[in-house]
Design a protein around this ligand. Sequence first.
Ligand SMILES: *Cc1c(COP(=O)(O)O)cnc(C)c1O
Ligand SMILES: [Zn+2]
Length: 414
Amino acid sequence: MNYIKGFRCTICGKFFKPEEVSLTCPDCGEKGILDVVYDYDALKKVLTRDYFKNNSNYSMWRYAPIMGIQEDHINEMLRIGWTPLYKANNLGKYFGLKALYIKDDGLNPSGSSKDRASGVAVLKAIEAGADTIACSSTGNAASSCACQAAHMGLKAVIFVPKRAPIGKVTQISLYGATLISVDGDYKAAFNLSKEAIARHGWYNRNAAINPFMVEGKKTVSFEIIEQLNFEPTDWVAISVGDGCTVGGVYKGFKEFYDLGLIKRIPRILGVQSTGCSPFVNAARSGEPLKEADENTIADSIAVGIPRNPIKALNAIKFSKGEWISVTDEHIIKAMALLGKKEGIFGEPAGVAAIAGIEEAIARGIIKKDETVTMVVTGNGLKDPANAQKAIEQPTLMKPNIEELDKYLKEKGVI
Ligand SMILES: *Cc1c(COP(=O)(O)O)cnc(C)c1O
Ligand SMILES: [Zn+2]
């Protein structure tokens, strides 16, 4: 059963019935990003703690009634979601925090949180009778869209900026999508995709523009809630580019709060890189969002013009959270720290929230007697070139035991 009541425009606040809109607000145009609204009274009767206890579907589709999708094809999909949430004792102790939890969303099929959105996109494309799905992205939405489309037999046309890391670009072609590597930045890729989608009538998976992407993204919060036995942490830290992920994180907590499943909504820490921090700049200056440079190694959050600004700003505002930015050097250090302390390998944007937590503790934003969850949003193997910056290059060893011992002594191993 579909519990969608309609859509509300994030700009003008106008409510639309499902049949009245296609993607964005008819009055506000492309900037009028919509929010999917459900019949929460009806859902309250269905989505109870018992419902979840008895639900043996350990993927994000366990939340299907509140995702706005038809359920016909969910069993044919790749397994998305229900990624592990670890108690990070070593790193938590290192930071001096009461408790730190890490959700490794890099373990999704294509290695990032974007699979949550792409899974929904592919189902929506099938519902719409489309045979081709298209999107532009810094790399992860692109590879994820190609991945999910391949599994469900859809064609995919994918636009990425030329700087997209080799791991992500390789994935896109390997999944058989038509790859358009745009000679320009993410803005250029986004604009070209927009024009091409309008011209050829493909299903549009562009984040922000398509309100259902947040419906996939928000499941990460539902999972955190269940995995923490309906008592989420004081804070949830997440890296921010376009703002869809953080918007989804907030919506997930808000909806379970409204359904009476949790007693409070965690404060959200939105983390950007100092090399590209339009949200942080706006928060600091109190001025409207301005275009920023895209100058960071964290390519997934190198978004100079965020496409989902209102949902992102509201997520931090309504959760009484904070914006914070961290340097690329700090991100690289966080990558090594997470690997060394917890055995988890994240890409730069995937670990930026680790650096963000450290910075927030240093600034007294997060207190040491508080509890924190962070989400590793992308797998480190996607971007080995930047991971190389976090490590020491290996020494080539002569196959000789004396040489080996000398080296091990130098390293303090023996
Ligand atoms: C896309 C992405 C983000 C940020 O998500 P937005 O919706 O663009 O804010 C963070 N980390 C990784 C690894 C991503 O791929
Ligand atoms: Zn509107």
